[in-house]
Design a protein around this ligand. Structure first.
Ligand SMILES: Nc1ncnc2c1ncn2[C@@H]1O[C@H](COP(=O)(O)OP(=O)(O)OP(=O)(O)O)[C@@H](O)[C@H]1O
Ligand SMILES: [Mg+2]
Length: 283
């Protein structure tokens, strides 16, 4: 492996970068530099046309744009699920361009969590197994996987449904399971593509509230949406149009960073959250 450092929360940045808590600057967790993406075809589609974006540790960023603007393409590049045609992507300082597929899979499994509109749960496996599977490729032993899965379920207010199957859960609960799965490996960054897209308004709001709380507990999260009202409530809003970033409010101000420094006192990143609406959306 070209990169074998063990990623842990609070130690994401490769190469001894300065401590964000003392310097005030946010260590970059994810950097997209001049990325283009052209899909082959007749004619070829230029889905991204020179996108540069740096996301710092602890940020909550909304990326908003209309259908076809390149949001999912950008998420796939950020999540190393696809490679840019031109330009660079660095995850926790590691340039992914030269990495072999195996190394990339390991990097993805240990440093990136995904949340999708369609949840993508294994319907026949129990909730706890779905979450524990998030640790499969990180080489965590079975017993520890289950233990950490329960902790992550506790974090999203679903510990008591650990033995249920996804088919027995509501949409909101399923998305909570998917969020627990994304978090269980304590990734450096969580990427969410339209996380409320399959949910009714009220349930969507509760998922956004959960995302807010995870951010306040120290997680770095990117939410992709076509909905401006969702992006509006994020500390940082990035607008994408026709494959280009056309607006970016930039990293949130010092108040948000102060909040971050307070939560840095919690090393695990998996402390229980208070006041979660645990079972507001039972089927
Ligand atoms: N695999 C692919 N092959 C060819 N063209 C693609 C592929 N994936 C996406 N595209 C095209 O690239 C452009 C950007 O698509 P993308 O899925 O990134 O948009 P989006 O902003 O996520 O849209 P939506 O809000 O509808 O999900 C679109 O024109 C789309 O048709
Ligand atoms: Mg999309």
């Amino acid at each position: 492996m070209s990169d074998t450092t063990t990623p842990t929360p609070g130690n994401h940045a490769a190469g001894g970068q300065s401590d964000s808590a003392t310097s005030g600057a946010l260590a970059p967790v994810l950097e997209v530099d001049g990325a283009t993406k052209t899909y082959a075809g007749e004619p070829p589609v230029e889905a991204l046309r020179g996108v540069s974006l740096t996301i710092g540790e602890g940020e909550l960023v909304g990326i908003v744009g209309p259908s076809g603007s390149g949001k999912t393409t950008l998420l796939q590049l950020m999540g190393t699920l696809d490679r840019p045609t031109r330009g660079q992507v660095r995850v926790t300082g590691v340039d992914v361009a030269a990495m072999a597929d195996d190394d990339l899979s390991y990097l993805r499994a240990t440093r990136i969590g995904f949340i999708f509109q369609q949840f993508f749960l294994a319907e026949h496996d129990r909730v706890v197994e779905n979450v524990a599977d998030g640790l499969l490729y990180a080489g965590v032993p079975l017993k520890q996987r289950r233990q950490r899965a329960v902790e992550a379920l506790n974090l999203v207010g679903l510990a008591e449904r650990a033995e249920a199957r996804p088919t027995q859960l509501s949409g909101g609960q399923r998305q909570r399971v998917a969020i627990a799965r994304a978090l269980v490996g304590q990734p450096a960054i969580v990427l969410a593509d339209e996380p409320t897209g399959n949910l009714d308004q009220a349930t969507g709001q509760s998922i956004l509230a959960l995302i807010d709380q995870l951010h306040q507990a120290g997680s770095t999260i990117v939410v992709i949406t076509h909905d401006h009202t969702i992006a509006e409530r994020m500390p940082r809003k990035v607008e994408i149009l026709d494959g280009q970033i056309v607006a970016d409010t930039g990293p949130a101000g010092p108040a948000d960073q102060r909040l971050r420094r307070n939560v840095d006192a919690y090393p695990s990143g998996l402390r229980p959250l208070e006041g979660l609406p645990a079972s507001e959306d039972r089927p």
